[in-house]
Design a binder for this molecule. Sequence first.
Ligand SMILES: Nc1ncnc2c1ncn2[C@@H]1O[C@H](COP(=O)(O)OP(=O)(O)OP(=O)(O)O)[C@@H](O)[C@H]1O
Length: 935
Amino acid sequence: MESISGDEYELDDEQESPAHEEKIFVAVRLRPLNEKEITKNDLSDWECINKTTIVYKSNQSDRPMYPNAFTFDRVYGFDSTTKQLYDDGVKAIALSVLNGINSSIFAYGQTSSGKTYTMSGITEFAIADIYDYINRHNDREFVLKFSAIEIYNECVKDLLSSDGTQLRLLDDPEKGTVVEKLTEANLRDCNHLKELIYVSEAERQIGETALNEMSSRSHQILRLTVESSALDYRGGDSGRTLSATVSFVDLAGSERASQTLAAGTRLKEGCHINRSLLTLGTVIRKLSKGGNGHVPYRNSKLTRILQNSLGGNARTAILCTVCPAHSHAEQSRNTLLFGSCAKDVNTNAQVNVVMSDKALVKQLQQELARLERELKVSPPSNDSTSIIRDLEIQLEKMEEKMEELTEQRDLAESRLEHLMQVNGIDRNSLPWWVLLLHKEISSKEKNLEIYFAKSEEDKDTYEAVEPPRVGASLRIHGQESQRSPDENSPRIFLKEYSVPDPYQETDNMYQKIRINPEDIEKTSFTYDKIRINSEDDFNEDQHIDNTDYEFRIHPERGFKEDQHFEKTPFIEDRDFEEISINDDDVTNEEKAKISTLHDDVTSDDDVINTQESEDMNETKLEQSHSPCSSDSEGVINGFTRSKSCNEFASSAPPSDDEMVIESRNSNESEKDFSVIKQIIPKSKSEADVKTINLKEDTHNPLTIIDEKETENSIKSSNEGDVSDHNSPTDKPIRKLEDVFNDEREAEVKGDESGEVNNEVMAITPYKDWSMVFEKQRGDIIKLWDECNTPLIHRTYFFLLFKGEQSDSVYMEVELRRLAFLKNTSSLATSERALSRERIMLSKKLLKKYSSTQRDLIFRKWGIPLDSKHRRVQLSRLLWSKTNDIDHIKESADMVAKLVGIVELNQTPKELFGLSFLPTPDHIKTSFWKASISFT
Ligand SMILES: Nc1ncnc2c1ncn2[C@@H]1O[C@H](COP(=O)(O)OP(=O)(O)OP(=O)(O)O)[C@@H](O)[C@H]1O
């Protein structure tokens, strides 16, 4: 910017640099005493002691707080000339306009302090210099436009127009505030401008009376816009146009309204004058403090129009004119205080470059030519096209795979949910990390995320449940940090955790610790322990007993157990996929696969999936002291639980009994068991006979034990508890028992005769079965709602059991199961489980269908299409509490569609991991087995 302060004002590259921050240039000028003042001996109190400081000479006993010395960029005494003032600093600023930089020169001071005197001189010099520059630079094109406005009583008037109409201010997104319909005169030459200035000055004086010695109360703004073509570094036309405006602002007298001693119209004038000036003062004061917060530019016309010149894209000079007379001392001081403030204001001037259309076209043509040249040098190869296509195909496949995996995960989560629900496990009392492990393993993510939410569920179902209460307390490297302890929140402690710099992240949904696997690898992370105490074990006073649960983190797989961690609860997808199947239905290859799979994850005796392994397990059971020991929990009606799952049931501390499936461990309780036998259809001659124990007063109503144990139980029940079984309350149980005992007899006979029993022979002698069926179905539906039975179960049940006589046993057991659940399960837990499942189903819907299909379904279900939470709304509609069979039918179809189970032949295969195509009977049995295993 400095380069333009001489006689030459050449454009250089440096000046085109981005916004240039600088302070407002402030100069003070003392006018000489006029005759009147001299006559009145109203002498000067001010003296310029050097080029930058002006001091007040008189005694200030009346105003001890006022400063008596003021420093500015420059100060000028009585004998100074306007030319001096112009040359010293104002010229450089004013002529910035030639370099495409906006500039503004203000005159501020009280009436008759010399504002107009100074500004007219400055304007003349500046215009003369501008023309001089233009005349010396014939190689550049210049266009000059001149405008003049007056702001009087907050009205804007065009001084170049004779009609005197008031002009409106408009907001232009690029230029800021502009004056509408303002006359812009094209200047012919310097003299033309002088003429215009004269005219505008004459206009301004119209209406002023000869008596009005106090000069004008209006603000005058003269503007000269210079558009110039910018040269390139070779001196040629660069195609750019520079456009900038220099404003010469002669403000109205700065005295206050009260001092005008006027009334009526004059007072109004005074108010307006001050409104503009007061706003100017406020704006300057705010800007001088850094401009933080609201700057009230829009409070007056003056500040709106001058917004750019005040702390904006302009270089600015303020010339403070001062009356030296003693009688004006206070006003003079106010002027100097205003100037002091203005000194601290920063502006951000920048070169305003406008690209002409012609230049733009030229530039684009050049760019096009360059690209064409490049293309000629290296044409795109066919290879790259085919690579892109391959990549796209790969991407598509990966997306499909991802979707598949996501669905698998959702399904597994849903089963876990189901498992917990039917076992009456409250999510809150369930160790939260079971869910975490499950998620971790099923998602196969390398990054470990430990959520400190109340439960994992909260995160995913945020639309349906309250945000989680974050109240976790965690300990890393032995340092504990407590965060808002909350009774209901899980307390989580990470101990002996040697991963370096695990970092915490917090957001309003949940807290988590993320562990970068790279960090784990770097430190040869080997099975560091993380011990977790469940909420119940937490005691604020004592320190934590952290011996309850442990699990480990494996650098590759995340969580993994090994022999040191036998107590580690460990749940994964496969735990729920496993299902006992007939040998005939499994190929050897498949068996080998399954066995490898299990070897990979658990120890040999953990999971018994095939018949051989089941046999092995039974051998073990025979050896155990109690047939009901925890080891025996792994086999449930041919369905197996992995060891981890069993341990999850058996290893919980006594205080956590509600979060595990209670094991039968007392002989006394066995006596209460009613025994139902179920025959699993087999194609081999050797039928696999299993028994189901019904126990009313445990959390686990249906527990499966081995055949040997069953016989004992049957014996025990027959011998010792006959009266119990005959009691009226036990009637349904008796009936079922009878049925099954009959079946057993029938089966034994069948075995003896070498026949294969492929059916569940549970035929109840109902006289009018269809009526009974309808009633039972109604009761079941009611109970489903009351127990918040998962939709998948309902759907399967509804679609599978349609009223055949052989369904009666299933109907009865379902009724009993639900009655039990109704009495024992926590409604809140079920509700959460349901809500989760609903969300899951709805997610599936959203994923599976095209948007048009979705819209059709939504419409059919009466869900507003534009609804933000339509997924949740949809899920609420499914299986809403109703006994209306038509509605249920529709819902069943809907749910079936949602989870992709329209084809029943395929569904159980998917759902239960069957590797064969089942017959309808298989489906029913499989479904039933799965239901019971969940129970
Ligand atoms: N530096 C100066 N040297 C000589 N005379 C001056 C000087 N400054 C101002 N004057 C004279 O003082 C009188 C008042 O000046 P001027 O009209 O410029 O004041 P003003 O601040 O513009 O007043 P108003 O606010 O009424 O417009 C004029 O007659 C002017 O010629």
